[in-house]
Ligand binder design. Structure first.
Ligand SMILES: Nc1ncnc2c1ncn2[C@@H]1O[C@H](COP(=O)(O)OP(=O)(O)O)[C@@H](O)[C@H]1O
Ligand SMILES: Cc1ncc(C[n+]2csc(CCOP(=O)(O)OP(=O)(O)O)c2C)c(N)n1
Ligand SMILES: [Mg+2]
Ligand SMILES: [Mg+2]
Ligand SMILES: [Mg+2]
Length: 364
């Protein structure tokens, strides 16, 4: 009995000591409780106040960073990471899907700067339950997407890990000199647009989490799961917006438009008014309960559509140019004077303030 109680007492005292060290009492495996409570606050804390390299045009704070070259274009570079059990499970994405998505989310950030992708580098931490065949499939997922953009894989890193698969992809791209499209470019009076319907990825994820990717899905359900597994980065759309040679703000939707609209509003120091009745509704989500659908559309994330703003005078020209390329674009709101707020215009109840909600590592 004593031999059981003694170690237990020691364990409890040790937990209390750690709890005191961390300023609170918790029973977690790690030494201290996770101290990051908001992803975006944390990024702001580590953001350098100045930089050494004068050819850096945009550092931390947009979808990707941009630096100047002596050529007629500026260079774009960005990195995003996918972690098993956070961004995917073996039951939600196949190895091929993981490769596709890890590259697609980065190409999407290049598109969100108005540019096109050029090179990619891949860093993988591989646990022992992942086979060589699975890793080959993952790389096939990347190369088949890269092919369409003529992107080259130019480097990376491979390490072992004891736990979950981690894949980190760096993508470089280019944009015509001085023509990058930034979150801070919106001005009052602008039209807010989105390149496609929202919420399909979140609906697809819900299906995959419930049933697993090898289950039987109807054709409608399959379109939702594919939206989650194989998002198409909107490079063509970004290039049309860029070709207009006008001021415009742009952001890609990874966390949910509720979050990204705030990012534009905050960076531009304006407010954004979204019109609920103008948000395009995917045909696949027509039959879904309205409240659930709105939650997925505003806060679900991972649609990788582009949300942005253009001058009211440029709207006709832009929507014509998109139509000519067979691409879609929807007017969903307007930019107003403000201080980073986002409002949703309801059909009946007037304006409601949207929280900066969406996917937030450490909060959700
Ligand atoms: N750990 C980090 N160290 C340095 N910069 C970071 C870190 N995490 C994020 N950032 C930067 O913060 C900004 C916002 O990141 P994020 O919200 O992930 O953008 P996105 O949704 O477009 O991928 C970007 O400029 C990104 O490069
Ligand atoms: C198994 C699983 N659970 C939850 C999600 C939902 N999810 C995970 S990360 C994320 C947001 C996008 O990822 P993030 O790392 O924030 O990309 P970034 O904003 O940096 O582009 C969402 C909606 C998922 N894709 N898979
Ligand atoms: Mg982004
Ligand atoms: Mg990111
Ligand atoms: Mg995010």
């Amino acid at each position: 009995m004593i031999s059981m109680i003694l170690p237990l007492t020691f364990l409890i005292l040790e937990r209390m000591r750690l709890g005191l060290l961390c300023g609170h009492l918790t029973l977690r495996n790690s030494e201290c409780d996770l101290m990051i409570h908001d992803e975006f606050d944390w990024i702001n804390k580590i953001k350098p106040k100045s930089h050494y390299q004068s050819h850096l045009l945009e550092g931390i704070g947009d979808d990707a960073s941009v630096y100047k070259t002596d050529a007629s274009y500026d260079e774009i570079i960005c990195v995003d990471t996918l972690v098993e059990d956070v961004h995917f499970k073996k039951t939600t994405l196949s190895p091929f899907d993981i490769g596709h998505k890890a590259l697609a989310v980065n190409i999407s950030d290049v598109a969100a700067m108005g540019g096109w992708p050029v090179f990619y580098l891949v860093s993988v931490a591989i646990p022992s339950d992942w086979s060589e065949e699975e890793m080959e499939e993952l790389y096939k997922g990347m190369s088949s997407l890269a092919e369409g953009y003529k992107m080259d894989l130019i480097g990376g890193d491979t390490v072992s890990t004891t736990d979950k698969l981690v894949i980190s992809v760096t993508v470089t791209g280019r944009v015509e000199a001085g023509k990058r499209l930034l979150r801070k470019n919106a001005l009052p009076g602008d039209i807010v647009f989105v390149t496609g319907s929202l919420g399909k990825s979140a609906a697809g994820l819900a299906l995959l989490l419930k049933r697993s990717r090898n289950a039987h899905f109807t054709a409608r359900e399959k379109r939702l799961t594919i939206a989650h597994q194989r998002p198409r980065p909107k490079v063509e759309e970004a290039r049309v917006i860029n070709s207009l040679n006008t001021r415009g703000a742009l952001n890609d939707i990874s966390d949910g438009i509720g979050s990204e609209a705030h990012e534009i509003a905050e960076a531009s120091n304006v407010s954004i008014e979204l019109d609920e009745s103008s948000l395009p509704i995917a045909q696949e989500l027509q039959s879904v309960d309205t409240a659930k659908r709105l939650e997925w559309m505003l806060f679900g994330g991972e649609d990788f559509e582009l949300v942005g703003t253009v001058r009211e005078n440029d709207w006709e020209l832009l929507s014509e140019a998109m139509k000519k390329e067979g691409l879609s674009l929807y007017k969903i709101g307007t930019v107003k004077e403000g201080r980073g707020e986002v409002w949703l215009k309801k059909e009946k109840n007037g304006l409601v303030r949207l929280n900066k909600k969406g996917y937030n590592h450490f909060k959700s």
